[in-house]
Design a protein. Structure first.
Length: 578
């Protein structure tokens, strides 16, 4: 029986894929591996490969299992060597009494099952599942780096000194360079990149080491083996070595940077190590240079806001501020603005802490407190460098704010960020810093406040049931659209119902009326009322736009704009106060 010809006749393999499978088998590749590789080239993520396995399931009467529903007991998993399971992409599914059912993607090659049978003394019987689904279930059930931790536990040299955390010195270095430690750290980083995480948190507690990934702005705990706690010091030392930090220093916070190349992409990791009561905690911010500079069309602004933004970018001078909490996408918006105006007739200089993304054609400065290069001192030097446009990473103090104002008044277009809850609050914040109201009024041109909300996963998007719609209408009235969506949760979104994020924007041009209020030292609430009358949409109002477009949920918008009700008050904006 010619298996390849049969699959080709059944329409499960194209002529090109069938030819590739035959070439692979002629070169010595096992038929199972050749079929897996040939089918994967058909449709990217192995949809064809799953159909091939289902066909074999019917032909050879081998059960096909849904790995999402597999939940073997810990006792059953403990009977099998993790190394063999991961090496051969096998996973125990269920104890059927006379044999243990083992999920595999290989139909014809039984050598891995024979090896597992010899290693455990148990009778095993295969059931079929795609290799990618077996991998996903293995991470869910065994944890990231389970095979590495098993080999580390089995080792008798070098690693065990980690348990004595007082006088590690060179032992830390040796342990951190151990192949198992290196592999485990790589697996943590690889899982973070695969999960689209923006941050990795490694947190030691008395009897536990917790690893969490921030995915779409929300922390999710990673599944790692429970016995990883005793290898905590070596893991931290490995990260310190990669970050060029002092591994002997355990009493003071340290900051470093790691540069990686993953599948042709350049990845930067900003590393922060802080001593806690149970050991050093690590947070790594992941910066993907490939995702750095997006055009303004990718920010997702409303037509009104995009028009205002484009007009402001054409100004010859003035200050443009982007406000919001850490992680709200301020830098992305600023870089999108710079990418639009980045032309050969303009000299653009940035001063940042740190320089997150490198842009061609723009002069970028990294501040360094060790050498005395601060925002203020660097900004003074920049102004002697004949710039047209200046980007200041953040206005943190009065001195930086004063220089920024002077730069704008002497013919420079200045971009910066400020930590305030809303757009009107930026005016009062600058005055609180010590900037005279007349200087704020004459230099400030526009303030953009923003947040990031999670978007509904496209793979599991579904309409809200009637009962939930009625509840929303009773709470929000006519603002609720006729159809509201949410995500059910699926493997593509880690069962959260969300995948990806989108900005909410509150754009406030500084009009003559707003300038008059700034001169009077009016409160941010008073300024907000005037700005809304002149067309400014609140953050929550912009959120309703995304809800009506079916892109996010009511719960997500409410979660990200909770502080708006307090800031607005009962009369400022009906939509915002609901």
């Amino acid at each position: 029986m010619d298996i390849v010809a049969t699959l080709n006749e059944q329409g499960l393999l194209s002529d090109a894929a069938a030819h590739q499978v035959r070439e692979l088998t002629r070169s010595g590749r096992p038929l199972d591996d050749a079929l897996l590789e040939g089918a994967a080239t058909e449709n990217g993520e192995g949809a064809v490969g799953e159909r091939v396995l289902r066909y074999f399931s019917e032909q050879f009467q081998m059960p096909f299992v849904d790995m999402e529903r597999v939940a073997p007991s810990k006792e059953l998993l403990a009977k099998f060597p993790v190394r063999l399971l991961l090496q051969h992409r096998l996973l125990p599914v269920e104890d059927a009494g006379d044999a243990v059912l083992i999920a595999t993607s290989k139909v014809f090659d039984t050598s891995a099952l024979d090896e597992l049978r010899l290693a455990t003394g148990l009778e095993v019987r295969p059931v079929l599942a795609p290799a990618s689904e077996i991998d996903r279930a293995t991470k869910r059930l065994l944890g990231v780096g389970a095979d590495t931790l098993q080999s580390m536990n089995a080792a008798d040299d070098g690693i065990k000194v980690i348990e004595e955390e007082e006088n590690l010195d060179l032992s830390d270095t040796a342990a951190a360079q151990d192949a198992s430690i290196i592999k485990f750290v790589n697996q943590i980083l690889g899982e973070a990149l695969e999960s689209r995480a923006t941050d990795v948190h490694i947190e030691p507690f008395e009897n536990q080491l917790r690893v969490r990934y921030r995915i779409d702005g929300v922390l999710q705990e990673a599944n790692i083996p429970t016995n990883v706690r005793k290898f905590h010091a070596a893991i931290v030392s490995r990260i310190k070595i990669l970050s060029h930090l002092d591994i002997a220093e355990k009493r003071l916070p340290q900051d470093g940077r790691i540069r990686l190349r993953v599948n042709g992409r350049e990845i930067d990791l900003r590393v922060s190590v802080i001593p806690m009561i149970h050991g050093e905690a690590v947070v790594m911010r992941i910066l993907d240079r490939g995702d750095a500079v997006l055009g303004l069309e990718h920010l997702g602004m409303s037509a009104r806001d995009r028009g205002v933004w484009d007009r402001v970018l054409d100004l010859p001078h003035g200050i443009i501020l982007v406000t919001g909490p850490t992680g709200s996408g301020k830098t992305t918006s600023l870089y999108a603005a710079l990418s639009k105006i980045n032309q050969t007739d303009l000299k653009i200089i940035t001063i940042e802490d740190p320089v997150e993304y490198q842009m061609r054609g723009i002069n970028q400065i990294q501040i360094s407190t060790k050498t005395g290069l601060t925002f203020a001192s660097g900004l003074r030097a920049i102004l002697r460098h004949d710039p047209d446009v200046v980007l200041i990473g953040e206005i943190r103090d009065r001195e930086t704010a004063e220089i920024a104002v002077q730069a704008s008044l002497t013919g420079h277009l200045v971009f910066s960020t400020l930590h305030t809850n809303d757009a009107p609050g930026a005016t009062t914040r600058l005055i609180d810093m010590g900037i005279e109201p007349y200087l704020v009024a004459s230099s400030l041109e526009m303030v953009l406040a923003q947040r990031l909300v999670r978007l509904i996963c496209k793979e599991c998007k579904d309409e809200l049931p009637r009962e939930e719609m009625e509840k929303l209408r009773s709470e929000f009235g006519d603002d609720v659209p006729s159809v509201v969506y949410k995500g059910r949760g699926c493997r593509q979104c880690q069962n959260t119902g969300y995948r990806g994020r989108q900005g909410l924007f509150e754009m406030m041009p500084v009009t003559e009326d707003v300038r008059a209020l700034i001169l009077e030292r009016a409160s941010s609430g008073t300024i907000r009322k005037v700005a809304i009358r002149q067309g400014m949409n609140s953050l929550r109002g912009d959120g309703w736009r995304l809800i009506k477009e079916g892109r996010t949920t009511v719960e997500e918008v409410i979660r990200m704009t909770k502080d708006e009700t307090r800031a607005v008050g009962a009369d400022a904006d009906g939509m915002a106060t609901k």
